[in-house]
Design a protein around this ligand. Structure first.
Ligand code: IPM
Ligand code: MG
Length: 363
């Protein structure tokens, strides 16, 4: 087994609780790794004007991958007020650290498996098993935004109709960005005996950017004769996912639609306590639960760590530790099926760490 160096980034709120749980299972698996803690989160915004300090980015560059807990993001008005007085009005702008990590390290795949583990009373339906491939670096997450339209932009065709005091956010879909996520979805489908890839879009209205995504989808789909190409408008998909969940296998979506369906799909397979994410690029990966920082539960060791433990499983898989990854998934599945250890979301009273120990015992 190789030796790994893993950036350990708990972040805010329950981030530390759930990462502590992951350490219990990774230690039980005897993963040969050094875990290097890094600063990220709201307190670093307030104190330093940067929730993802440069030293943390450096640390990440010197590690194989990162485990990330959760982050508290607040709207601009609150963020500006909580910034240290000496840093105010100096041009500091809050940007979500996880979004920055995805862009800085070109983690263009956000892979989110949505699997209803048998026996979970929270499953919407037994047997649901699909995987979301969310584009992770562009689209409405481009960060190109204006509180008021810059005057030079008003000269562009069509903009004369827009009131100058409008706020605008630019949705950017590049051919390269579309192609790499769509190809990743088809490659995954082919390598994992999946039959169908559904392209999620709104190309009937958002004709330029989503139109490009859809066009590239069909071009790439033509190279994969063994996989059925399918497409759905984001709105209609939300209805069909609930009506016919077994019609879906692999879903590929631009960033924002992928974000939205992630929570819907997590809820169909047990809720946010079960939703794991892998942010994956060519050279680096950041693994995290899909849920947020749940500030009111900070340090109470109450939340369900399964989402983060399954993110740990994805990390093991990405590192090539497939044996450990499989053992971990089977242990999670056994604990869920047995139903004796349950966190509050599952209707039980067991703690975050009780759940981690129960999983570790089944390894
Ligand atoms: C997610 C989260 C993030 C996102 C937030 C925390 C910035 O909702 O990973 O789904 O919008 O991508
Ligand atoms: Mg989200």
């Amino acid at each position: 087994m190789a030796h790994y160096t893993i950036a350990w980034l708990p972040g805010d709120g329950v981030g530390k609780d759930v990462l502590d749980a992951v350490r219990i299972v990774l230690d039980a698996l005897r993963l040969d790794a050094e875990y290097v803690p890094g600063d990220v989160g709201w307190e670093f915004w307030c104190r330093e004007g940067d929730p993802l300090p440069a030293r943390t980015i450096e640390l990440m560059k010197n590690t194989d991958c990162a485990m990330f807990g959760a982050i508290t993001s607040k709207p601009k008005t609150i963020a500006d007020k909580e910034l240290a007085p000496e840093l105010r009005n100096k041009g500091y702008v809050y940007r979500s650290p996880i979004v920055r990590m995805r862009q800085l390290f070109e983690l263009y795949i956000c892979k989110r498996p949505c699997k209803a583990y048998p026996g979970n009373p929270l499953n919407f339906k037994e047997g649901i098993d699909f995987v979301i491939f969310r584009e992770n670096t562009e689209d409405l997450y481009s960060g190109i935004e204006y509180d008021r339209i810059p005057p030079e932009m008003l000269k562009i065709r069509g903009m004369e109709k827009v009131s100058p005091d409008a706020a605008i956010s630019v949705k950017v879909n590049t051919p390269k960005g579309c192609e790499r996520i769509i190809r990743a979805a088809f490659e995954f489908a082919r390598g994992n005996q999946r039959k169908k890839v559904t392209c999620v879009h709104k190309a009937n209205v958002v004709r330029a950017s989503d139109g490009l995504f859809l066009e590239i989808f069909h071009t790439i789909a033509a190279e994969y004769n063994d996989i059925e190409p399918d497409e759905a408008n984001i709105d209609s998909l939300c209805q069909w996912l609930l009506k016919k969940p077994f019609n879906y296998d692999v879903l590929v979506a631009p960033n924002l639609y992928g974000d939205i369906i992630s929570d819907l799909c997590a809820q169909m397979t047990g809720g946010l306590g079960f939703g794991a994410s892998g942010n994956i690029g060519e050279h680096y990966g950041v693994f995290e639960p899909t849920h947020g920082s749940a500030p009111k539960y900070t340090g109470m060791y109450k939340v369900n760590p399964i989402a983060t433990i399954l993110a740990g499983r994805m990390m093991l898989e990405w590192l090539g530790e497939t044996g450990s990854a499989d053992r971990l998934e089977q242990a999670v599945a056994r604990v869920i099926k047995q139903g004796t250890v349950k966190t509050y979301d599952m209707g039980g009273k067991d703690s975050t760490l009780d759940m981690a120990h129960a999983i570790a015992e089944k390894l």
